[in-house]
Design a protein around this ligand. Sequence first.
Ligand code: FDA
Length: 307
Amino acid sequence: LGIDVISHVLLRAAQNKKLENLVSGHPLTRGLVSRYVAGVTCEEAILVARQLKGEGINVSLDLLGEQVDDLAESAAATDHYIDTVHAIAEQAPEATVSVKLSQLGIAVDPQVCAKNLNRLLEAAEEVGVVVEVDMEHSSVGRPTLETFREALPRYPHTRVAIQAAMRRTPEDLESFTNTKPRLRLVKGAYDEPLTRALRDRKEITAQYQHLTGWILAHCPDPAFGTHDDACIEHVKKAAVAAGLGKDDFEFQMLYGVRRDVQRQLVRDGYRVRLYVPFGTQWYPYLMRRMAERPANLLFFLRSLVGR
Ligand code: FDA
């Protein structure tokens, strides 16, 4: 089976509730989960954040959880995020939080989601914590971007993720020419139809590199979320060409992925921020990580067979 086929199957599996129930309760998944997830509680995540800070690495904490089905759940998730923001302000200054708007109810009621986001942004601003909005599947991509756009004038420090793989991204970026928001460029982690997204890995990498120049030229304090050596090297060179210093942008990577590269970037004087997830709802997150590198899944399966 080709890697792309395996990735596709894993991304489909990420949305399968039955499989989620089966795998989530399984004790043998614990080792794999702990590689990518900092813990169940906010306290555990803060501990990881403080350890990383000691190594010169900042973090963005992500309270795991996706699509909520009703407004009560979205309000509860918002409260939980506000608690996280307060914990960060007290114990891990310089950390940010990353949030998925599907957790705040975007698929249930976009207006309520916007209110939840504003509640979170206000609480975060009061204590000086930056919020980063993740970009999800294209089924909620447009409302996510519009909700972010509406919040931007009042909360200009907020950052949003932009997916290089999406065909509409260059147009979205053009629409930000005047507002110049803070962005995080990523390749895109979701199973998208060809009509909406590039699928070929080389094409996505080329597009990522192409968009890097635009973002460096137009956006303050941009973040480049990638573990790809080719993209990392491209960002470094494009920043020099744009006359920017190592402090003018940051590299972002996922907790548990390419730790050697993370440390080397810090040694070379670059700013590095790790996306650190915590919580119990790790299944879809973990499946997307498996899809990015199916070899991880093989390691895991081998460890099961070897027991
Ligand atoms: P690529 O997938 O080509 O990987 C390059 C190399 O990195 C691989 O060869 C492998 O060595 C290593 N690698 C990559 N993934 C790995 C893994 N899971 N385990 C082990 N090694 C791995 N997506 C999205 O749609 N919305 C979002 O909001 C975000 N947010 C986000 C934040 C941050 C900080 C990061 C780093 C990434 C995201 N992503 C995301 C995910 C992103 O879209 C993409 O799926 C992954 O970063 C993988 O793409 P790379 O650029 O790393 O390249």
